[in-house]
Design a protein around this ligand. Structure first.
Ligand code: ZN
Length: 361
């Protein structure tokens, strides 16, 4: 609570609040793309509890209701993050479950002015639990159709977990069949999970090559828990078209130069990076240096329900921390549209709409 202010503070404070509100309204009005969001990590506690009750699944903290689940989402390390993530995954068992979480995500995105989302989903996590491919595909398809009626275009990124190399091939197969079923609707193949020596990229290289040959984009995570070498491997060995995170590329100036020269976009998720300890706080996040070096970046949330953040918050937090101008915010929204996996006519119309949003008062 703020203490009593100096004379005139009661006049100044409403002005300040108004400025914040008008900036939020501006960022919300900008058409934006959310290019890095995991479906399983987008399920808010209230919806997670409803799904868990449908199936008798226990969630961490559920004895204290939604607030308890929300508190269980405060991560102390990556291991705890994965445990919560897997508990949420166990709530997705039927067509209705999957449809409902896609629609709930689309509704929240629409309220933030997001016109397009590339939603990462890890099909094999669910398939190995016994959820059939038919159920998963039908749920994703119904969710996507309803999202379109809400005004959010969704493409799926089918994601492989690095530590399960045996799931790479089935994930590619799933991605290709889903694309056929949805007549498009799939942006590409993703790769997430622990980076590092225990989980070499070797088994993924051929799968990503065949994915690219089949017209899927290569959209791996890299440079989150390992440094620049992991980003370089994603580019050189997986042919990355865009990189999830990539922020630790900052550790190698020659790589930053290459990313800028080749304009390989990074999906930067500052709140996720701070929550998972990639950087100690937002002040020490390298986003300003990446932008200054000319690297193509967009802002994203990664797992908005788990990190208690939405995309508009992410823009506003960074604007406040890094002293961004209105022009910078608009340019970042436009960058997200430029980096999206959509046709040029669609992109042009969204960019024009973003250019037409008036500056805040
Ligand atoms: Zn991610």
């Amino acid at each position: 609570m703020p203490g009593p202010g100096p004379p005139g503070a009661d006049i100044l404070r409403p002005r300040h609040v108004l400025a914040e509100d008008s900036l939020r309204a501006f960022v919300t009005a900008l058409p934006k793309a959310e290019l890095h969001v995991h479906l399983e990590g987008s399920i808010p506690p209230e919806l997670a509890l409803r799904l868990a009750a449908r199936h008798g699944v226990r969630l961490p903290g559920d004895e204290a209701g939604a607030q308890g689940v929300r508190e269980a989402f405060r991560f102390v390390d990556f291991g705890r993050f994965i445990r919560v993530y897997l508990a949420l995954s166990r709530c997705l068992q039927t067509v209705d479950d999957l449809r409902d979480v896609v629609v709930a995500l689309a509704q929240r995105l629409r309220a933030q002015g997001v016109v397009h989302a590339e939603v990462t989903f890890t099909p094999m996590t669910h398939a190995v639990r016994g959820v059939s491919e038919e159920v998963i595909m039908e749920g994703l398809m119904q969710g996507r159709e309803l999202a379109a009626t809400i005004g959010v275009s969704i493409l799926y990124v089918l994601d492989i977990v690095r530590s399960y190399a045996d799931q790479a091939e089935p994930t590619l197969g799933f991605a290709l069949r889903l694309r056929q079923r949805l007549a498009g609707g799939v942006a590409g193949l993703g790769l997430a999970g622990p980076e590092g020596g225990d989980h070499p990229l070797g088994p993924m290289v051929d799968v990503f090559a065949r994915a690219r040959a089949a017209g899927l984009r290569s959209l791996p995570h890299a440079g989150e828990f390992l440094g620049a070498s992991s980003v370089r491997a994603a580019i050189d060995r997986l042919g990355a078209d865009r990189i999830g995170h990539g922020v630790r590329a900052i550790e190698e100036p020659s790589l930053i130069e290459e990313l800028a020269r080749r304009q390989i976009p990074l999906e930067v998720c500052p709140s996720s990076n701070v929550a998972l300890g990639v950087f100690p706080d937002l002040a020490r996040h390298p986003l300003p240096q990446l932008i200054a070096a000319g690297v193509a970046v967009s802002l994203a949330t990664d797992d908005p329900a788990l990190f208690g953040v939405d995309l508009v918050d992410e823009y506003l937090r960074c604007a406040s921390q890094f002293g961004w101008s209105v022009d910078r915010l608009r340019a970042l929204a436009q960058a997200s549209l430029r980096h999206a996996s959509v046709d040029e006519d669609t992109r042009r119309s969204w960019l024009a709409a973003a250019a037409a949003v008036p500056d805040p008062e």
